[in-house]
Design a protein around this ligand. Structure first.
Ligand code: DGY
Length: 323
C-alpha cells in the first residue's frame, strides 16, 4: 500500500528551478506566484493566510504584517538567500516561526562575483566593452586605457565569514596580500582593525551582513580614509554603503573606482553611479548560476520538509539569540 502523501499548504512567491518545483509539487499544496516578477504586496498578504509554510525571496518583506496575515498556521519561512535583512527574525522567533536560509551553496559563486567585478574594474573590461559598442574609434597604442595589475596589491576583506574567506582565497590565488576584519575577532593571520583595512588596502571588498550596525558602514569619512587609488567592491548589501557619499567620492576622485553588485534601493540605481566611468555596475548576480540557484532552492525544500514533515535534517535554520 502506498504511503498517504501529506500535502500541507505552502505559499511560493516566485518561479524556482524546475527540479525544486518538482520536489515541492510532490509534497505540498502550492499557492504559487509562478512568475519572474516580484509578488505584489497585497496579493502576498492575501494568499499567505492559512498556509503552513512560505518559500520567499529577498524581495518579499517578511514582517509582523506578513505574520499577522498568515495567522497561527504558519510554522516556517524559507528564503532563497543567505541574507535575511528582509525578514524580522526576532519577531518570527517571538511567534515560534522558523526562518531558514541558504548558506554554503552560494559561497563560491558570490565570491567569484566579487573577483569578477574587481578584475573588470581594475583592467577596465566593461569600460572597454562600452567603448567598442559605442563605436568610439580606437587602436592599440602605448598609453591607451591602461589599468592596474592586481599582483602584489592588498585585498582588504570587510566581514571574514564564509563568502569573505572564499573571496580572500581567490584573491590570494591572484597574488594579492589579504588583510581582513570582522565583527568578532578571529585571531587569524592577516587580521587588522576596520580602520587599518580601510586605510591601507588597494581593494576594499565588503562581505558583511546588513544589520543596524553595518547600515552605511561605508560613508563619507570612511571613503576619505581610503587610498585615492583604491577601489571598493560590494557584493553584500547596497545599504552597507552610503550611495550618495560614494557617488560624490567617485566623481571627485576620492577613491579610484567601485564595483557594485548591490544597490541601496534596488532595482533602482542612482543616476550618479550610472554616469561614473570608474564604476562597474551589475544587477545583483552574486549567486546567479544555474547550479547555485537550484542548490539554494533545494536547501529551502530541505528545511520545509524537516520542519513541516519531520523528514531529514535542516542545518540552515537561523537561530535568534534571546534578549
Ligand atoms: C543572498 O543570498 O543574500 C543574495 O543576495 C541573493 O541571492
Amino acid at each position: 500500500m502506498n504511503e498517504p502523501t501529506a500535502t500541507l499548504p505552502l505559499l511560493v512567491t516566485r518561479r524556482f528551478a524546475p527540479a525544486v518545483r518538482a520536489r515541492l509539487d510532490e509534497r505540498f499544496a502550492l499557492t504559487m506566484h509562478d512568475d519572474e516578477a516580484v509578488m505584489d504586496r497585497d496579493a502576498l498578504l492575501r494568499t499567505v493566510a492559512g498556509v503552513s509554510g512560505a518559500m520567499v525571496t529577498p524581495n518579499d518583506r517578511i514582517d509582523s504584517e506578513f505574520f499577522d496575515a498568515a495567522g497561527p498556521t504558519l510554522r516556517i519561512v524559507a528564503t532563497l538567500s543567505v541574507g535575511v535583512d528582509h525578514i524580522d527574525c526576532d519577531e518570527a522567533a517571538r511567534r515560534g516561526i522558523v526562518i531558514a536560509h541558504t548558506p554554503d551553496v552560494l559561497t563560491r559563486t558570490t565570491a567569484e562575483m566579487a573577483i569578477a567585478i574587481m578584475l573588470s574594474l581594475v583592467r577596465r573590461v566593461t569600460e572597454g566593452d562600452r567603448l567598442i559598442r559605442e563605436g568610439t574609434p580606437w587602436e592599440l597604442s602605448p598609453n591607451f586605457m591602461l589599468g592596474t595589475s592586481l599582483e602584489g596589491l592588498q585585498f582588504g576583506c570587510v566581514g571574514f565569514g564564509r563568502i569573505g574567506r572564499e573571496a580572500s582565497r581567490l584573491a590570494t590565488a591572484l597574488g594579492m596580500r589579504v588583510v581582513h576584519c570582522s565583527r568578532r575577532a578571529t585571531g587569524e593571520a592577516g587580521e587588522r582593525s576596520f580602520d587599518e583595512v580601510i586605510s591601507t588596502s588597494d581593494v576594499v571588498s565588503l562581505h558583511c551582513p546588513l544589520t543596524p550596525e553595518t547600515h552605511h558602514l561605508i560613508n563619507a569619512p570612511v571613503l576619505r580614509a581610503m587610498k585615492s587609488s583604491s577601489v571598493l567592491i560590494n557584493t553584500c548589501r547596497g545599504k552597507v554603503v552610503d550611495e550618495g557619499a560614494l557617488v560624490d567620492a567617485l566623481r571627485r576622485g576620492v577613491i579610484g573606482g567601485a564595483g557594485l553588485d548591490v544597490f541601496e534601493d534596488e532595482p533602482a540605481v542612482d543616476p550618479g553611479l550610472i554616469a561614473c566611468e570608474n564604476a562597474v555596475l551589475v544587477p545583483h548576480l552574486g549567486s546567479a548560476t544555474h547550479r547555485t540557484r537550484e542548490a539554494m532552492g533545494m536547501r529551502c525544500v530541505d528545511a520545509l520538509m524537516a520542519v513541516l514533515y519531520n523528514e531529514g535534517t535542516a542545518t540552515n535554520i537561523i537561530t535568534v539569540a534571546s534578549a
